[in-house]
Ligand binder design. Structure first.
Ligand SMILES: NC(=O)C1=CN([C@@H]2O[C@H](COP(=O)(O)OP(=O)(O)OC[C@H]3O[C@@H](n4cnc5c(N)ncnc54)[C@H](O)[C@@H]3O)[C@@H](O)[C@H]2O)C=CC1
Ligand SMILES: C[C@@H](CO)CCC[C@@H](C)[C@H]1CC[C@H]2[C@@H]3[C@H](O)CC4=CC(=O)CC[C@]4(C)[C@H]3CC[C@]12C
Length: 369
């Protein structure tokens, strides 16, 4: 229970607080966490928008730092009550080496855990991913599954491998004694594909559509369902889980939660059209215009081109064998574990999430002209 003696007493640290999700978590904490005294935002690249936050009642401390540097992480964590670790390298396009992805996502997470242990921080929330479960390399569907649904989680790609390892480290750390002797309480949230204001891939699809004369061409069958969740609801779930972890440690410690809301189950492309359609784009074709084998061939060709061009430039298109497999495999969640354990209900309805995202795409359009 939030007793009044604790009001405005807590120090939170958000790693990756200047990223797509991180910025929403930061803003949500400032709006929805009455116990906040200081909010520390740790990121490799600090955004200029942080300045506007510094005038409010909560002390906002921006820390430029690297999660792979243990001493920088320890300095940022020292004195924090709660850490929300959302920093990570999200790369499924081959922009970064597998070693770097591992270093940031796995070693970075290890550094965060060790910093909590050494400095006495007791509560750690980790932003994991649905990719920890799947889709797997066999392309098996996961249809409206929950946290207990059996599924063969087998990965080869560096990103899901790194997220799975990092999540395991976080869960195993639950119960470790931190400085002062009390136990560390950890949990992990697994968002499905996040969308909303600031979503770079949505922006890329939008610009691609504009370049193609207001059209996008269907590549994925409409029957393949892909789980999506609005960024505001993901942020809200982080705020809520961080708060409730402090009161329900026995129930929530060491647990994983899918991060979900009421966004409809649709194919990746049809879902994007919910926003891009009202912004003037059209999805051409009721069925994929190219056969799957040809898409696979083009995806493989992109890998070859990426490799050949690497000495000259970074060629990292959206289509590669991994993203094609992802988009082509049904992966949707249906669960109420977060509601049962910590009272989560989405803060934004589907209609509001959709409206906000459309407004943002329209603003992107305006700023591009
Ligand atoms: N975008 C999505 O659909 C999903 C994302 N996630 C997870 O959510 C988290 C946030 O993802 P996004 O906001 O989409 O990515 P993002 O790339 O927009 O944000 C990541 C942030 O981490 C920071 N960062 C990267 N390397 C760092 C380092 N070495 N030290 C300190 N900061 C560093 C970046 O500067 C960036 O601000 C990630 O952990 C990702 O794995 C999980 C599920 C879905
Ligand atoms: C074949 C293309 C034709 O239009 C479509 C390619 C779409 C892909 C770029 C995306 C399809 C599925 C996405 C991923 C999924 O939403 C789950 C994710 C979880 C994360 O933790 C990070 C992001 C992502 C890997 C996301 C990335 C983009 C897709 C592969």
């Amino acid at each position: 229970m939030a007793d009044s003696a604790q009001a405005q007493k807590l120090v939170y640290l958000v790693t990756g607080g200047c990223g797509f999700l991180g910025e929403h978590v930061v803003r949500m904490l400032l709006q929805q966490e009455p116990q906040l005294r200081e909010l520390r935002i740790f990121d490799l690249h600090l955004g200029p928008w942080l300045e506007e936050l510094k005038t409010g009642p909560v002390q906002v401390t921006a820390i430029q730092g690297d999660v792979t540097q243990a001493h920088e992480v320890a300095a940022a964590v020292a004195g924090a009550h709660v850490v929300i670790h959302t920093a990570g390298l999200v790369d499924v396009f081959g922009k970064t080496s597998p070693e770097t992805i591992h270093e940031v996502n796995v070693q970075g997470t290890r550094n965060v855990i060790e910093a909590c242990v050494q400095t006495g921080t007791r509560f750690l929330v980790y932003t994991s991913s649905m990719e920890v479960v799947g889709p797997n390399i066999k392309g098996q569907p996961f249809y409206r599954g929950n946290e207990n649904t059996p599924y063969e989680a087998v990965h080869r790609h560096p990103y899901p491998c790194s997220k799975a390892l990092a999540e395991q480290l976080v869960l195993e750390a639950n119960g470790r004694k931190v400085l002062g002797g009390l136990p560390l309480v950890t949990c992990a949230l697994r968002p499905t594909g996040i969308y909303g204001e600031g979503h770079q891939i949505m922006r890329d699809f939008y610009h691609q559509g504009l370049r193609l004369g207001g059209r996008l061409f269907r590549a994925i069958p409409a029957s393949v369902e892909h789980g999506r969740v609005y960024v505001g609801n993901v942020a809200w779930m982080h705020v809520l889980v961080a708060r409730e972890l402090q009161h329900r440690a026995a129930l929530m410690g060491g647990q994983v939660y899918f991060c979900y809301d009421n966004s409809p189950y649709k194919s990746y492309e049809d879902f994007n059209m919910e926003f891009l359609g009202p912004c003037g784009l059209r999805l051409v074709g009721t069925r994929p215009l190219l056969p799957y084998w040809l898409l696979l061939f083009l995806a493989a060709l992109n890998v070859l081109l990426q490799w050949l061009l690497r000495p000259l430039l970074l060629y990292a298109p959206l289509l590669n064998p991994y993203t094609l497999a992802m988009a082509n495999t049904t992966f949707t969640v249906s669960t109420d574990k977060a509601r049962r354990h910590f009272g989560y209900e989405p803060l934004f309805s589907w209609e509001e999430s959709r409206t906000r995202t459309i407004r943002w795409v329209q603003a992107v359009e305006g700023s591009a002209q």
